[in-house]
Design a binder for this molecule. Structure first.
Ligand SMILES: NC(=O)c1ccc[n+]([C@@H]2O[C@H](COP(=O)([O-])OP(=O)(O)OC[C@H]3O[C@@H](n4cnc5c(N)ncnc54)[C@H](OP(=O)(O)O)[C@@H]3O)[C@@H](O)[C@H]2O)c1
Length: 268
């Protein structure tokens, strides 16, 4: 897909929770064909340095890859911080960004990992967004937002978000409200935990299983194909080479309008 003139691969490999396997799995994902990588400068859940090592080990040129990382506020971090926690938020954002560049070699998309509060946006979020807007990066985004927080960000932003990255719950109509806002504002929705947050649909729904079987595909592929057909960019965090191949192969699956409506209806 093209986003604001930038080519973005249509499946993203996520590097959370890989710990000592991060380098090898990043390299494997690239060898299997992924060209977009998601990470974060948040040592608690990611090992961004090892993601960079995996990218270098793949031998692929950086300009053939799309690399996304995140600034994570203090409350989402453990003691292994990529910035001075006593510095102003804007300085923290720049320190985190420069540390990420050192790890990864380049950044195509830089994401605010999440608002600092449950409701609305606070002063720290505003300060972080203003700092992110000024970074030398092609695309910026926000993660873990409610519809109201996204509306607030869109009206506050000088540089609008290109991406929203959210957990995509089928029980919330596959995050229907946030996806609709993204469509309205020309933002690309990135969905994560598409399989793990929706086991009732992906694993246990007999009709979904029958539909996948009739097409000769896996239910995971059916759901990934559905979310892509709705204009979203899926993430996968698999550690399994066969699953990587299945996930990538789902980008060639075109579902009918009836099939799409049916999968949509299995959400809340
Ligand atoms: N912004 C945020 O706050 C945030 C939060 C969470 C995640 N993320 C991003 O999203 C990425 C993906 O996370 P996720 O929660 O979607 O995935 P995930 O939980 O890391 O992995 C998917 C799970 O489903 C299993 N699985 C079974 N069949 C699969 C198939 N065909 N394809 C893929 N997985 C299959 C995997 O097992 P196998 O390993 O055996 O395949 C794995 O246990 C993360 O790595 C991270 O980059 C962002």
């Amino acid at each position: 897909m093209q986003i604001r003139g930038i080519a973005v691969p249509d499946f993203m490999y996520g590097t959370a929770w890989k710990e000592s396997r991060t380098q090898a799995l990043t390299e494997l994902a690239l060898r299997e064909g992924f060209r977009a990588i998601d990470t974060a400068n948040q040592r608690k859940h990611y090992c961004e340095e090892a993601v960079g090592e995996g990218i270098r080990a793949s031998g692929l040129a950086l300009d053939t890859l799309f690399i996304q990382t995140k600034y994570t506020q203090r409350s989402g971090q453990d003691e292994r911080l990529p910035y001075d926690e006593d510095a102003p938020i804007g300085t923290q954002v720049r320190q985190s960004f420069h540390s990420s560049i050192a790890h990864l070699g380049k950044i195509d998309s830089f994401v605010l990992h999440g608002p600092s509060q449950r409701e609305g946006l606070g002063p720290n979020d505003h300060e972080a967004w203003r700092a992110i807007e000024q970074l030398p990066v092609a695309l910026i985004g926000i993660s873990n937002v409610t519809p109201r927080q996204l509306e607030e960000l869109v009206s506050f932003a000088i540089v609008p978000p290109a991406f929203v990255q959210n957990r995509c719950y089928a029980s919330a109509g596959w995050d229907r409200e946030v996806r609709a806002l993204c469509t309205h504002h020309g933002i690309v929705y990135q969905g994560f935990s598409i399989l793990t947050a929706n086991r009732d649909v992906v694993q246990h729904d007999r009709e979904i299983r029958a539909m996948a079987k009739s097409r000769g595909i896996e239910t995971s592929q059916l759901v990934f194909a559905f979310i892509r057909a709705r204009g979203a960019l899926p993430l996968t965090g698999t550690s399994d080479a066969a699953h990587m191949r299945l996930d990538l192969a789902s980008t060639a699956i075109e579902l009918t309008a009836e099939e799409l409506a049916f999968v949509e209806s299995r959400g809340g």
